[in-house]
Design a protein around this ligand. Sequence first.
Ligand SMILES: [Zn+2]
Length: 296
Amino acid sequence: MTINNLNCFTASFNADFRFEEIQSKIRNLEEKMKMPKSVQLELAAFNESPSANLTYNAVKIPTWFLFKYEDIPLRFRITDLDDPRLTDQNYLSCLAEWMNEKFREAGISSVIHTADYVKLQTVIKFMRDQNLYEKSKDFTLGHELSHLNHAQLGQWSLSHMKESISLAGIIGGILLLFLALSIIPFVHLAVTLTVGGTAVTMAILGMLAYLKTMISSQSVIEEEKSADIKSAEVLQDAVGGIYLFETYRHQNLTIRHRDPTRHIDENGNNLRDKNHPPLTERIAYLKAWQSQNTRA
Ligand SMILES: [Zn+2]
C-alpha cells in the first residue's frame, strides 16, 4: 500500500462549517415537511446513534456525522467492504487518532476510545461511497425530523414510561400476594383477604397495562417504519436508507462472524433491537418504495 502524504495537508476539516451545512439541510427538510416548529441540532458522542429528542425538540447527531467524504485523507479511505484494513487495529487506531485531533482542533470534547472501534469500522464503511454516504445522512435527518414532526403534531409519545409503571404493578402485586400468604397463620382472615385482594387487583391492573404497552410497542415499530417512509417521501429517494441499512447489516454480519454468540441472526438483524423493524424488513420496504416511486 502506498501512502500519499500530500493528502495529510490537502484534506481540511471545518467543524463549524459542517455543522451549519447540516443545520441548513434540516431547515430545508422542515420546510418540505411543513413542520410547525423549527428543531435544534445537537452533537452527541461519537458512538451514539443519531436520535430525535422529543422533550427538547432536537435532532442529535454523533460527531462523525460532521465528516464529509472529502474531509477524510485519502490514506484512510476504503472503497471496498472487504478491505483487510477494516480489521487492522493499527489502521483503526491511526484513523481514530486523526479524527480525535480534528475534534480537538474544533473544540469538541468527544473522544474515540478503543472500545469505539467497532463503531469506527461502521463509520468508515459508510464513507466508502461519497454520494451514498451523504444520501444516507440525509435519510437519517429526514427520519429523525419525521419523529419530531409527529411529536409536534401530538401523534407520538413514548411508551417506555408506561411499560415500567405497569411492570412495577405486576411485581408489587406478586410480592403482596406472597405477603398475604405468609401472614395467614398470624392474622385474622379478613386481613389476609384484604391484602390478598389488593395483590390480585394490582397484578391484574399491571398485567392489563403491560398488555396495552405491548400493543403500543408495536406502534413504536410502526412509528419507525413510518419515519423511514416519510424520509424517503420528503427526499423523493430511498437509496440513502437502503445503503444505510445494508451497511449496518454488513457490519452486524462482521460482528457475528467474529463472535457467533452475539444476538445477530444469519441475515445480519440485531435481535436485541425491539424498537425498530428488522434491518432486512426496512431494506425490503424501502426497495419496494423506490421501485414504486422512481423510474429506475
Ligand atoms: Zn427512529
